[in-house]
Ligand binder design. Structure first.
Ligand code: FES
Length: 148
């Protein structure tokens, strides 16, 4: 059911933890399954390169695996490049997720966006394509998510 990459990132998640005095912190949840994700970013103010990224979660295995992969993918990228790290890109990097678990990958994407939003607000900058994050990713989710 799960790819080897998903199992690997679930069993050995990368970048778990917190960053003290992080440049940006974002927390999102999914009220439906009750899972929560928090992402910490350390961003270089001059170059806008994400020097470090960590996550903490109270979430399912798919949420752990996607966050592990997503944090790996945004590290070393600029903010603009990190905006391209969508949940689809993360799922592809993991060789896919079962359809009922796709929503879990949104937790990582939204939490990264929330952390970027936090950074942008603190520094009074605008990040192209970044929308004000939702704190609950279940809002606006379609009802096809009934299956779990
Ligand atoms: Fe809630 Fe996966 S994030 S079930």
């Amino acid at each position: 059911m799960y790819s080897d990459k998903v199992m690997d990132h679930f069993q050995h998640p990368r970048n778990v933890g917190e960053i003290e005095n992080a440049s940006g912190v974002g927390t999102v949840g999914n009220a439906k399954c009750g899972d929560i994700m928090r992402i910490f970013l350390d961003i270089d103010d001059e170059t806008h390169i994400i020097k470090d990224c960590k996550f903490k979660t109270f979430g399912c295995g798919a949420a752990v695996a996607t966050s592990s992969m997503a944090t790996e993918m945004v590290k070393g990228k600029t903010i603009e490049e990190a905006m391209q790290v969508t949940n689809k890109a993360v799922m592809e990097a993991l060789d896919g997720l079962p359809p009922v678990k796709v929503h879990c990958s949104l937790l990582a994407e939204e939490a990264i966006h929330a952390a970027l939003w936090d950074y942008a607000e603190k520094h009074h900058i605008e990040i192209k394509g970044l929308q004000k994050p939702k704190s609950d990713i279940h809002e606006g989710e379609e009802d096809e998510a009934e299956e779990y």
